[in-house]
Design a protein around this ligand. Structure first.
Ligand code: SAM
Ligand code: SF4
Length: 495
C-alpha cells in the first residue's frame, strides 16, 4: 500500500514552489498526497520565519500533533524550510516529537532523511551553514538550489508554474530574516532555467512566474565577461513555444534597470506587471530599514516604469509600526499610497525577528494597537486607490487567463453547467466571470462590468451573457485583506 504524505505550507511563493517539489520527489518514491494530517505516515510542515505569527502557527500545529505521535510513534513528523534553518535544535526542544528538521538549502536530502528515521528511529537534522560561520563559497555550497525535474501532476494548476531563478538574498534589510534563512544570493544558470521552462511548456504550462527575493538583481556569470541579467533571461525564455505569459516577482527598487523595463515593454509575452515593495514612505524609516533608497528615488523609479512601460500595473509592500515610526512618518506612507497609484499593496505589521540588525539595534517601540490601527488606515487608503483603478477598467475588454473556480464556486458545486470562474489579467488584476469549466487554462476576452476594491467582475466578450450572482465574493489577495473593514462593491447596470 502506498505510504501517505501530508504537507502544510505557510509563507511566500518560494515556499509554495519548495512544497510542490518536495511532494513531487516523494510521489516518485511512491507516496500518495492526502489532506488529513492524522491519516498520514509522513507529516511535513514547510515553514516561514518572516513574521512571528507564521512561526506561532506552526508551533501550535506541532503541539496539536504531540499526542497523535505518542500514540503512533512510527509516524514521521518533519519541519522544513525557513523556521527549521532559523531555530535549528530549538525546534526539537520546543517539539521533541519532531523527527526531521530540514532547512531551505537541504530539501534535496528529504527522501534520504525520511529513510534514515525509518531505519534508525533517530531524529535527523539537515541544515545549511550560518552566514558568519564559514567563508562565502562554503556557505553558498551549503544552500543548494532545490530544482529537481518538474512533474505536471505536482502543480495545483497544470498551466501555471513558478520557476526559481535565484535563491537567497544579500540586501540585509534590517527587519528581515530572509538573508539568514535562505542564505547568500545565488543566481541559477540561465540555460538550466530555459530548459526548465521548455519542459514546463511541453507539459502544457502556459504561464510562468520567475521567482527571486530580489528577482531583478538576477545576474549569472556565463564566464564570457558578459553576465546574463533578468532582461536577457526574459528574452531567452520568451520564445519558448507554448508559453503565453511570463511574470516575475519580487523586484528591489534600486535594481529596476532601464534594460529590464525595455524588455518588459518589448517582449509581448512578458506581462506589464511589477511588484516593487517600498516598505515605507518616510526617508528616516527607510534609512533605519537599510533599504538603500529614498522616497524621492522610489517615486522617480515609478515614473520611469510608467514612462518606459505604458499601462504597467505596479503593486507594493509596506511595513507599518517599524521601530521609531512616528505618526508623522506613518503619514508619509499614507501620502505615498494615496498618490502612487499602486494596483494593490500588501501591508504588514512589523514583527521583530531575533537575529536581524533591526532587532539588535532598535526597540520595537510602536504598541500593537497602534500597528493595527495604522495597518487598517493604510489599507483603507489603498482600497480607495484600488477601487478607482478597478473602476477605470469597467467597460473595457481585458484578456483573462482562467485559473479555476472562484471561491464562491468552490463552496457551492454547480455541477457541469456554467459556474463562477476566476482568473487574472496580464496586469495581474483578479477577474471573476461566469463560464463553462472547459475555459480553465484558456485565455479569454472578458468585458468588465463591475468592480470592487479587490475584484473585477465581467462576462466572456464573445460568449453569451450570464449574470453574476449577487453573493459573489471578492477573490481577495491573502495579505491585502488582513484587517479590512468591508469592501465597497459598486454595482453597475447589467446590459
Ligand atoms: N524580497 C522581497 C522584497 O524585498 O520586497 C520580499 C520578501 S519578504 C518575504 C515579503 C515581505 O514581508 C516584505 O516585502 C516585507 O514587507 C515583509 N516583511 C519582511 N520582514 C518583516 C518583518 N520582520 N515584519 C513584518 N513584515 C516583514
Ligand atoms: Fe528581505 Fe530585504 Fe532581502 Fe527582501 S530584499 S528578502 S526584504 S532582506
Amino acid at each position: 500500500m502506498a505510504k501517505k504524505l501530508y504537507i502544510e505550507t505557510v509563507g511566500c511563493q518560494m515556499n509554495v514552489l519548495d512544497s510542490e517539489l518536495v511532494v513531487g520527489s516523494l510521489r516518485r518514491q511512491g507516496y500518495e498526497l492526502i489532506h488529513e494530517a492524522t491519516e498520514a505516515d509522513v507529516i511535513l510542515f514547510n515553514t516561514c520565519s518572516v513574521r512571528q505569527h507564521a512561526e506561532d502557527k506552526i508551533y501550535s500545529a506541532l503541539g496539536r500533533l504531540r499526542r497523535h505521535k505518542q500514540r503512533h510513534p512510527s509516524k514521521i513528523v518533519g519541519v522544513l524550510g525557513c523556521m527549521a534553518q532559523k531555530d535549528q535544535e530549538l525546534v526539537r526542544r520546543r517539539a521533541p516529537h519532531v523527527d526531521i528538521v530540514c532547512g531551505t538549502g537541504q530539501l534535496a536530502r528529504l527522501p534520504e532523511l525520511i529513510a534514515e528515521v525509518e531505519r534508525t528511529g533517530r531524529p535527523q537534522l539537515a541544515l545549511s551553514l550560518d552566514r558568519n560561520e564559514a567563508s562565502r563559497p562554503e556557505v553558498e555550497r551549503s544552500f543548494e538550489s532545490y530544482d529537481p525535474l518538474r512533474d505536471p501532476s505536482m502543480r495545483p494548476s497544470p498551466f501555471q508554474a513558478y520557476v526559481r531563478i535565484m535563491i537567497g538574498c544579500d540586501k540585509f534589510c534590517t527587519y528581515c530574516i530572509v538573508p539568514s534563512v535562505r542564505g547568500p544570493e545565488q543566481s541559477r544558470p540561465s540555460e538550466h532555467i530555459a530548459a526548465e521552462v521548455r519542459q514546463l511548456a511541453a507539459e502544457g504550462c502556459k504561464e510562468i512566474t520567475l521567482l527571486g527575493q530580489t528577482v531583478n538583481s538576477y545576474k549569472f556569470d556565463r564566464g564570457d565577461g558578459r553576465p546574463e541579467r533578468l532582461s536577457g533571461l526574459l528574452a531567452r525564455v520568451h520564445d519558448t513555444t507554448g508559453i503565453e505569459r511570463i511574470k516575475f516577482i519580487t523586484n528591489f527598487p534600486r535594481d529596476m534597470s532601464d534594460d529590464l523595463l525595455d524588455a518588459v515593454r518589448e517582449l509581448p509575452k512578458v506581462c506589464p506587471y511589477l511588484h516593487v515593495p517600498v516598505q515605507s514612505g518616510c526617508n528616516e524609516v527607510l534609512r533605519r530599514m537599510k533599504r538603500l533608497y529614498t522616497v524621492e528615488y522610489y517615486r522617480e523609479m515609478l515614473e520611469r516604469c510608467r514612462e518606459r512601460v505604458p499601462g504597467v500595473a505596479i503593486s507594493s509592500d509596506f511595513i507599518v509600526g517599524f521601530c521609531g515610526e512616528t505618526e508623522a512618518s506613518f503619514q508619509r506612507s499614507c501620502d505615498l499610497v494615496a498618490t502612487a497609484g499602486f494596483k494593490n499593496s500588501f501591508i504588514f505589521k512589523y514583527s521583530p525577528r531575533p537575529g536581524t540588525k533591526g532587532d539588535e539595534l532598535y526597540a520595537d517601540d510602536v504598541p500593537e494597537e497602534i500597528k493595527k490601527r495604522r495597518n487598517n488606515d493604510l489599507l483603507a487608503i489603498q482600497n480607495k486607490v484600488s477601487l478607482a483603478d478597478h473602476l477605470r477598467l469597467v467597460g473595457q475588454t481585458v484578456q483573462v487567463l482562467v485559473e479555476g473556480p472562484s471561491k464562491t464556486a468552490q463552496k457551492h458545486d454547480a455541477g457541469a453547467g456554467p459556474r463562477q470562474l476566476t482568473g487574472r489579467t496580464r496586469t495581474d488584476h483578479i477577474v471573476v466571470l461566469e463560464g463553462n469549466p472547459r475555459l480553465l487554462g484558456q485565455t479569454v476576452d472578458v468585458l468588465i462590468e463591475e468592480a470592487t476594491a479587490f475584484t473585477l467582475f465581467g462576462m466572456v466578450a464573445t460568449g453569451e451573457h450570464v449574470g453574476i450572482g449577487a453573493d459573489a465574493h471578492a477573490e481577495e489577495e491573502s495579505c491585502t485583506i488582513i484587517e479590512t473593514q468591508g469592501s465597497p462593491r459598486l454595482s453597475l447596470p447589467v446590459i
